[in-house]
Ligand binder design. Structure first.
Ligand SMILES: *Cc1c(COP(=O)(O)O)cnc(C)c1O
Length: 395
């Protein structure tokens, strides 16, 4: 069998024991077509040129690497914030949706589908579909649609059809299932844009690559500001793992950098209200790939909980699962309470209101034990506008 090139996954789409493509027969054609084409298409010079141009002039990249002066004083280390919150649409997600919509166009697809939880990925997808003149359908749990009305209105204004998913708990997992079902019946003209480093191969590999612009920029920005291109600590939050994968992409084999990720522990580890998949999960298959999954003794998927709608996913990307099992990265649990406290701290000390997801990364600062003058880079994955209703409860 012919093998196809990949970025960080092996030729079977695995990261160690994790990953792969566990898909129904009807999806095999779509996935094969994507698997055989993505690497060559997205590394081609004309693709890179168009992609880089849009990142610069449409998204507003490079995003600043901002030295947080007052926060650094408090924690007695040198803290830099990678400002993905300043991207167009307010988060890192657009780095990936632009990449995938360009790929869809090159593969001759006319229609885009996507799932969304908090609405951020749906918004980023509807945005690039408007930009490219593509037809766009977004699947969203009915419960999530009620919780995230502003994003629903924005998607509609951008011309997307938002389809409420009533099954199950009416949240992200159900929306993914609905999108996969749509893809099965519309494989010829439809491209499925997945929003995180999850799903069957090649999605985790491809999404991590599109997000790798984050660490590519950190490298030269740190060199300019610190005189060396690696930090002592690299910190990001992890839901599925896309902003984390992008933040670590160029540092995975850098022995001088400790990578610490924050996952959402809701009301506490093992409280029954958590989304801390790496700390609590077991090996299982979710949405087409083998990874760590929150399951009960009977193999039933547990419902994930976090104050942050972008982190309450009962799975995690296979690359994160593998790196944590092999001890290359440290994935720590951060509770709702710790995340909210960190959000208020950043807001009061630096004048930046972070997304609740990003606040989990910031919530690691008090636990870090960095030494004086250690260089710490934290990715602020998104801005907090969408979370104001939640923050208001704590004012
Ligand atoms: C979606 C989202 C996340 C979580 O997704 P990852 O794929 O783990 O990055 C984190 N932060 C923000 C702002 C998001 O919108």
């Amino acid at each position: 069998m012919k093998t196809y090139r990949t970025f960080l996954a092996d030729e079977n789409g695995c990261f160690g024991n994790f990953g792969g493509a566990y898909i129904p027969e009807q999806l095999k054609k779509c996935i094969d077509e994507l698997r055989e084409n993505y690497y060559d298409m997205i590394t081609a010079p004309d693709f890179r040129e168009e992609y880089d141009n849009l990142l610069q002039n449409y998204v507003g990249r490079p995003s600043p690497l901002y030295f947080a002066n007052r926060l650094s004083d408090k924690y007695k280390c040198r803290i830099y914030l990678k400002r993905e919150d300043l991207n167009h649409t307010g988060a890192h997600k657009i780095n990936n949706t632009i990449g995938q919509v360009l790929l869809a166009g090159r593969m001759g697809k006319k229609r885009i589908i996507a799932e969304t939880g908090a609405g951020q990925h749906g918004l980023a997808t509807a945005t690039v579909c408007a930009l490219m003149g593509m037809e766009c359908t977004i699947y969203m749990g009915e419960m999530d649609m009620q919780r995230q009305q502003l994003n629903v209105e924005k998607m509609k204004m951008l011309g997307a059809q938002v389809v409420p998913v009533k099954s199950g708990s009416g949240t992200l997992t159900n929306a993914v299932d609905a999108a996969l079902q749509d893809w099965c019946s519309n494989e010829k003209d439809t491209f499925y844009i997945i929003g995180s480093a999850v799903g069957p191969h090649p999605y985790p590999d491809m999404v991590s690559y599109f997000q790798s612009v984050i660490s590519r920029e950190i490298k030269y920005q740190l060199l300019e500001q610190e005189g060396r291109d690696y930090p002592d600590y690299l910190i990001a939050c992890v839901g599925g793992g896309s902003n984390a994968s992008g933040t670590m992409f160029h540092y995975i084999d850098e022995p001088r950098t400790k990578i610490v990720l924050a996952e959402a522990a809701g009301k506490g580890l093992h409280s029954g209200y958590s989304a801390a998949t790496v700390n609590e999960g077991v090996i299982g298959i979710l949405h087409g790939s083998k990874s760590l999954v929150m399951q009960d003794e009977n193999g039933e998927l547990k419902e994930a909980y976090s104050i942050s709608a972008g982190l309450d996913y009962p799975g995690v990307g296979p690359m994160i699962a593998n790196l944590s099992i092999s001890g290359k990265i440290d994935v720590q649990a951060v509770t709702d309470e710790e995340a909210v406290a960190a959000a208020f701290e950043l807001t009061k000390m630096e004048g930046i209101i972070p997304a609740l997801e990003s606040s989990h990364a910031l919530g690691l600062l008090p636990k870090l034990n960095a030494e004086t003058n250690d260089v710490v880079v934290i990715t602020v994955s998104g801005r907090g506008d969408k979370d104001m209703v939640t923050y208001t409860n704590y004012l």
